[in-house]
Design a protein around this ligand. Structure first.
Ligand SMILES: Nc1ncnc2c1ncn2[C@@H]1O[C@H](COP(=O)(O)OP(=O)(O)OP(=O)(O)O)[C@@H](O)[C@H]1O
Ligand SMILES: [Mg+2]
Length: 241
C-alpha cells in the first residue's frame, strides 16, 4: 500500500524524499549546530501554512518564541503570512501550563497539548526543537524507554513530526575512527534527514542534505546541495568542484 505523503513544499526536497514526508511518521532532522535545522523545519511549516493553511505547532525549547520569530523574520520569512496556522510553543508557555503539580510533567504536558491541538485544530505538522533540550528539561531517567514512548506518542497524534537532533548519525562514516555508537533515536525514528557542512576546498564549505532513511519511501540516498537564498531553500544536485 502506498504511504500517504505530506509535502514539504521545499524546492527539490519532496523529490529526494520520494514524494514528501510520510504522513504520521516521526522523522529526525539531524545535524551539527548551524546546519540550519531550525530554519529548514520552520520553512516546512511556513510553506504548508502559506500554501494550504495547514495547521502546525513548532515546539521551541532552545530559544524563546520571540527570538525564533525574530530570527526567521531576519532570514527573510514573512512570519505574518503564517500567523493563525503556525503556532509556536516555547519553554515559558510550557512551564506556565505545567504549573507545579505533576511529577513527570514535561512529556505528559506536551502530549496533552499536542493531542488537544490535534483535536481542536487538526494539527498536521509538528516540530520538536530539539530532542537534546527536551531530554534536559524532562530529565530522562531511562533514555531508550522514554524515547520509545515519546516517539510512540508522537505517532499516535497522526501528525507528521520533525524531531531536531544535534547528532549526526554517521559523523565519522568516512573517517578512520570507529563510528559512534548507534543512537537510540536513529532506529526509533521512521525517517532521518541529515544536514551537514561539506568542505569543498581549503576555504569553501557547502551545505548538504541527505535522506538517510525514510520508511515506506523510495527516496534518493545521496547527498544533495542545500542552498538558502532570500528566505527560500533549494535542494539541488551536487556540482562537483
Ligand atoms: N540570511 C541568513 N541570515 C542569517 N543566518 C543565515 C543566513 N543564511 C544562512 N544562515 C546560517 O544559518 C545558521 C542558523 O541556522 P539555524 O538556527 O537554523 O541552525 P541550527 O542547525 O538550528 O543551529 P543550532 O544547532 O544552533 O540550533 C547560521 O549559523 C548561519 O550560518
Ligand atoms: Mg536550531
Amino acid at each position: 500500500m502506498e504511504t500517504k505523503k505530506t509535502l514539504t513544499h521545499v524546492d527539490g526536497l519532496d523529490e529526494i524524499l520520494g514524494g514528501g514526508l510520510p504522513t504520521g511518521h516521526v522523522v529526525l532532522l539531524s545535524g551539527l549546530p548551524g546546519t540550519m535545522k531550525s530554519t529548514l523545519a520552520f520553512a516546512v511549516l511556513h510553506n504548508n501554512a502559506v500554501q494550504r493553511h495547514a495547521k502546525s505547532i513548532y515546539v521551541t525549547l532552545e530559544q524563546s518564541r520571540a527570538s525564533l520569530l525574530a530570527q526567521m523574520a531576519a532570514m527573510g520569512f514573512d512570519t505574518d503570512a503564517a500567523r493563525g496556522d503556525l503556532h509556536l510553543l516555547d519553554v515559558g508557555a510550557i512551564q506556565k501550563g505545567i504549573g507545579k503539580t505533576a511529577t513527570k510533567p514535561w512529556i505528559e504536558f506536551l502530549r496533552r497539548t499536542l493531542m488537544t491541538a490535534k483535536e481542536i485544530e487538526g494539527i498536521e505538522l509538528v516540530v520538536l526543537d530539539s530532542l537534546e533540550a527536551l531530554e534536559v528539561l524532562a530529565k530522562f531517567a531511562d533514555r531508550r524507554t522514554e524515547l520509545f514512548h515519546l516517539f510512540e506518542r508522537l505517532r499516535d497524534l497522526g501528525a507528521t513530526t520533525l524531531v531536531l537532533a544535534e547528532s549526526s548519525p554517521e559523523a565519522s562514516f568516512f573517517g578512520l575512527e570507529a563510528p559512534p555508537p548507534r543512537r537510540d533515536e536513529a532506529f526509533l525514528a521512521d525517517g532521518i534527514i541529515e544536514l551537514k557542512m561539506h568542505p569543498i576546498s581549503d576555504v569553501e564549505v557547502q551545505r548538504r542534505i541527505r535522506v538517510v532513511k525514510m520508511r515506506g519511501s523510495n527516496h534518493k540516498t545521496g547527498f544533495h546541495a542545500l542552498v538558502f537564498e532570500d528566505g527560500r531553500f533549494q535542494v539541488t544536485s551536487v556540482i562537483s568542484p
